[in-house]
Design a protein. Structure first.
Lengths: 253, 463
């Protein structure tokens, strides 16, 4: 039996969506090339989830900005994936270290590995710089690199460093098409017990049709100044500035 | 009621009914996260011995979530059908398991007891059942619903076509719809999850899907999976809403987290019925559920996640739905850690839903941070199809490019129908033949086969 291959007709349709349409069939099954292409995308996503963050390299990239290291109560990836509660708490060691650092500032940036250390390694330092450039006149505290971190780990970190606003930059859950996407979560007056409804989120920051670093930084700049002015963040602070997620015609990789 | 048993000289005691249910559950990360799982494998089996000896009636007198605090409990208790319960009223949970597997429990007997079964009874008995038991009993149960197509008939397997797009681009969504139709997919519903959850965005998509459906006279229903309050607003504007969608959970507090209560579901159900858009039936609701949703909202009342899931099915049951599916692996590894846990949960949810009388389907799926892959999905979809699952969700190439998770592919539907000799809903099957997507022998034509009037028309439209 010959392979059934999609023809010219479908080329036009494929440009309208990144979805895996018009893949063709071998009998009822996917052609092998499509099977392997899918497996490669899944493998990259899995590797991104399990990759360890190289914090020394990240700190070097952030220099001369002062950097502190922290880790959550989740000792390893396997625990981290099963116990989101531990990923939201600082380890005793980190809590002591940050308490010692103390201080007061307007903004603290926390870089958390989240579910994609790959994305964080690739883009977080640049994103911090781009954001900082939008925050002229504000006092920015040390950048904290946090391991096995969930979004809410920014709450105890921000509180310990006396930050008026915590900006958590974190690796998002990888998909098949994008495995290095970053998210920004901004929380006014961070302290343990804050809920997700009290944060503003800018998601899908990546170079494959997502939000660019510059666009994300501009949105954060606006949100953060509004948060300081109105002394709140979250659902009460609508980000009227955020453009719709851009989408450009592209065929699946 | 004592919750103890002696095993080999060792006494095992459990504080209350919900502790027994939780400890009797097969191991899963969500119950461990909640601190409810059995502390050891031995204790898990001890809980099953205790559970097996409890009378089914105990679930009518002891609510796992307090009646006074929770409208879902009140719904379950107040709508319980005593007459339907009568044939099983004398049974223990263990006796119920044996009865379900017996020849006495045929299609008619199982349909008759459905209104007398509470979600807690269904959850409890499932904990005493191996995977093959869950399959064997579910396979005997038939739940038939209809709107423009008929779902759940013997020898049929229906599919939801899920043509999501990361920016809701109408052309991109239409392209994915055509891809699905040409694979014979979409007889349960053509249902889009919108990237932007607003009334105007959803209205645009609803109109687009309805125009597409009418242009090709497709005997199926369309749905934009937006919040029920949006659906009400969209219906008020006169847009063509076939099905009202909502995610539901098993407690009043968890539903509040979704921004809903039973009253708003009742209002939407009445509004959709009033539109009278169905041609072969009047089931107008579409619900999704999933283990872990109550816990993630911290609204589980110390009850294990599988029992809470069955309670979500009781919410769905009150609104005579066309479709209900568990989105089984979507929630992540903190609730269902790996392929084994996802497969078990999918079979449990399907069994409990069917036992309660629901047109149960499944989104056979996983995320990239779960310990699972396509091989696990192959296993689950095959097992569910043997179990007589009403419908499965399909996305092009298994890759949902909007929600970033993996579901089944259109090709998977072809595989299942082929190896198990199943066909789509009768109205849709006739349409596939009429427009030439299927050849006279029932086989699907190639995407580019010029003998298909559908493909010829598509080519003309695009040229």
């Amino acid at each position: 039996m010959s392979e059934i291959v999609p023809g010219e007709l479908w080329a036009k349709l494929r440009r309208t969506t990144p979805a895996r349409i018009a893949l063709g069939r071998v009998g009822h099954a996917l052609p092998l090339a499509e099977v392997l292409d899918f497996q490669l995308a899944h493998a990259r996503a899995r590797d991104a989830v399990h990759a360890a963050l190289d914090s020394a390299a990240l700190a070097a990239e952030l220099a001369p900005m002062p950097v502190l290291q922290a880790e959550s109560d989740a000792p390893d990836r396997a625990t981290y994936l099963r116990r989101p509660d531990l990923g939201r708490q600082l380890s005793a060691r980190s809590a002591a270290l940050l308490a010692e650092a103390g201080g007061r500032c307007d903004v603290v940036f926390v870089i958390g590995d989240g579910l994609s250390a790959t994305g964080v390694q690739a883009g977080a330092a640049q994103l911090v710089r781009a954001c900082a450039a939008e925050l002229g006149g504000l006092i920015i505290g040390p950048v904290v690199i946090a391991h096995q971190a969930r979004v809410a780990l920014g709450d105890p970190i921000g509180a310990a460093l006396g930050a008026r606003v915590c900006v958590m930059i974190i690796g998002e859950r990888p998909g098949l098409s994008v495995h290095d996407s970053l998210g920004i979560y901004m929380t006014f007056a961070p302290h343990p017990g804050r809920t997700d409804a009290e944060r503003n989120c800018i998601s899908n920051i990546h170079g494959a049709g997502g939000l660019s670093l510059q666009e994300a930084a501009r949105t954060l700049g606006w949100l953060l100044r509004e948060a300081l002015r109105r002394e709140l963040s979250g659902v009460a602070l609508k980000d009227d500035q955020t453009p719709a997620l851009p989408f450009e015609d592209s065929a699946p990789a | 009621m004592p919750f103890t048993c002696d095993l080999g000289g060792e006494r095992h005691g459990f504080a209350d009914l919900k502790a027994v249910l939780a400890a009797a559950s097969p191991a899963r990360s969500g119950d461990e996260l909640a601190g409810l799982a059995a502390a050891s494998a031995t204790r898990r089996v001890a809980a099953r011995w205790v559970l097996a000896d409890l009378p089914l009636k105990v679930f009518l007198s002891e609510a796992v979530v307090p009646y006074e605090q929770d409208e879902v409990t009140r719904l379950i208790i107040d709508s319980h059908d005593t007459a339907a319960f009568a044939p099983i009223a004398h049974l223990t949970v263990g006796g119920f398991r044996d009865w379900l597997l017996s020849e006495a429990a045929d299609e008619a007997a199982l349909a008759a007891i459905a209104p007398g079964a509470t979600p807690e009874m269904a959850a409890a008995v499932s904990k005493l059942m191996r995977n093959q038991d869950l399959i064997a009993v579910a396979q005997k149960i038939r739940v038939v619903t209809a709107f423009r197509s008929t779902i759940g008939l013997p020898g049929r397997l229906s599919t939801r076509l899920q043509p999501n797009h990361p920016a809701d681009d109408p052309r991109g969504i239409a392209a994915a719809v055509l891809d699905g139709l040409l694979h014979g997919v979409g007889d349960a519903v053509i249902g889009v999850n919108p990237a932007t959850d607003s009334v105007p965005a959803a209205t645009t998509l609803i109109r687009m899907l309805d125009e597409l459906r009418q242009a090709y006279a497709i005997p199926t229903q369309t749905c934009v999976l937006t919040h029920v309050t949006n659906a009400l607003a969209i219906m008020e504007r006169g847009a063509p809403v076939d099905l009202v969608f909502q995610s539901v959970a098993g407690s009043e507090a968890a539903n509040a987290g979704f921004g809903i209560d039973l009253a708003i579901l009742r209002e939407a159900h009445s509004a959709a019925l009033a539109l009278g858009r169905g041609t072969v039936g009047r089931n107008v609701m579409y619900f999704e559920t999933g283990q872990g949703s109550a816990l993630s909202a911290n609204a589980h009342h110390g009850v294990d996640q599988q029992t809470m899931e069955a309670r979500a099915h009781a919410v769905a049951r009150a609104f005579d739905p066309l479709l209900v599916n568990t989105v089984v692996g979507f929630i992540g590894p903190e609730y269902l850690y790996d392929g084994k846990q996802i497969i078990r949960a999918g079979l449990e949810d399907h069994f409990c839903g069917k036992l309660l009388g629901l047109p149960m389907g499944c989104d056979v799926c996983y995320t990239n941070h779960a310990e699972a892959d396509q091989d696990d999905m192959d296993s689950l979809m095959t097992l569910l199809t043997v179990a007589g699952c009403s419908f499965l969700i399909c996305v092009p190439g298994s890759d949902d490019v909007m929600l970033s998770y993996q579901s089944l592919s259109n090709h998977d539907a072809l595989y299942l129908r082929s190896v198990m000799g199943l066909r789509p809903a009768p109205e849709f099957e006739a349409w596939l033949a009429e427009v030439g997507i299927a050849a006279p022998d029932g086989r699907l034509r190639a995407l580019t086969d010029g003998a298909s009037p559908f493909v010829r028309r598509l080519a003309e439209t695009l040229s």
